[in-house]
Design a protein around this ligand. Sequence first.
Ligand SMILES: Cc1ncc(COP(=O)(O)O)c(C=O)c1O
Length: 400
Amino acid sequence: MAFLSDTLARVKPSPTIAVTNKARELKEAGRDVIGLGAGEPDFDTPENIKRAAIAAIESGKTKYTAVDGIPELKKAICAKFERENGLSYKPSQITVGTGGKQVLYNALVATLNPGDEVVIPAPYWVSYPDMVLLAGGTPVFVEGRMQTGYKITGAQLEAAITPKTKWVIFNSPSNPSGAAYSRDELKELTDVLMRHPQVWVMSDDMYEHLTFGDFEFVTPAQVEPGLYDRTLTCNGVSKAYAMTGWRIGYAGGPEALIKAMGKVQSQSTSNPCSISQYAAVEALNGPQDYVIESRKAFERRRDLVVAALNTCPGITCPTPEGAFYVYPSIEGCIGKTSAGGVKIENDEAFAAALLEEAGVAVVFGAAFGLSPNFRISYATSDAALTEACARIKAFCEGLK
Ligand SMILES: Cc1ncc(COP(=O)(O)O)c(C=O)c1O
């Protein structure tokens, strides 16, 4: 009898964490490596949030809490949804988990039966397919090509839906492409979903606050109120407030689903960290200066990286609307050989040779379900980004 489960055998470890670890190992071995793999803001958590956490510790808020979140935080989340998204949820429609990741996972575990399909637009965040597989479902991919801004169309969504479809996972702005759907683009998708009443919508709005220029962020239940009763609107404080290590994510949705998700959490991890919950109350209710400042910095870096990458022979880099990622195509590099003698047969070979020969760590596109591409996280200093882009350019110029 095998010791490890069949379910686990269907799941692969996170390629983004693997790249981050590999870059760290090379650095520790004395190599000059610039890591552009990690998906987290390089800024520190704002002072007011840290102080709220310290106050929580000092006042003894260090015990178990209600499984799916303290009332103060649920109230702050309801206010956030109302204020920023025009969505009305009662506290009983809110769940809080240990990061956005747990919230999404709870929803899938609570609802998927073997054979249930989950539509996932590609390129996708690496964890969606594996979470679906862990929960016993079947991922179904729809490709958003570069020509359509890495977004899927209504016709593509329509074609992917079958009687077995239970969820569509929607992520705008997207990790890894940075693509964000305008109101009209999203309406095209919600119109399709209105014709399929058995399909639920899981909207992962983790990068909501990171959209640039005058782009207006919108979420499905807001664009199509007819979907409110079958939409789980997911969000978190990780990316918006530089709180990745604090592990607080949340969602609003129909009460029965929220209750079912709480049941999963009650028998797995129980409440998210009490101290982090009090910090998240301050993040949502307190001053929002950090959100504005970080958006400005990320927009500047996006422009820097897009401009620099588009001077690299063989690379085409569209300008994304949001998040802190770019997802350039390396179509023009395929079939060439690097200065170090590596044949660039696919994006995995490109990323491996780039790390080895130029000391730049990026994540290859196949990990996100759309090739030949790579992802750069530009959540690092302007100086590191400038140097990394110069190295990528030299590497591409060396391809023969
Ligand atoms: C699209 C997307 N959703 C969810 C998450 C998970 O966020 P958290 O760190 O809060 O679990 C991430 C983190 O990288 C993400 O990129």
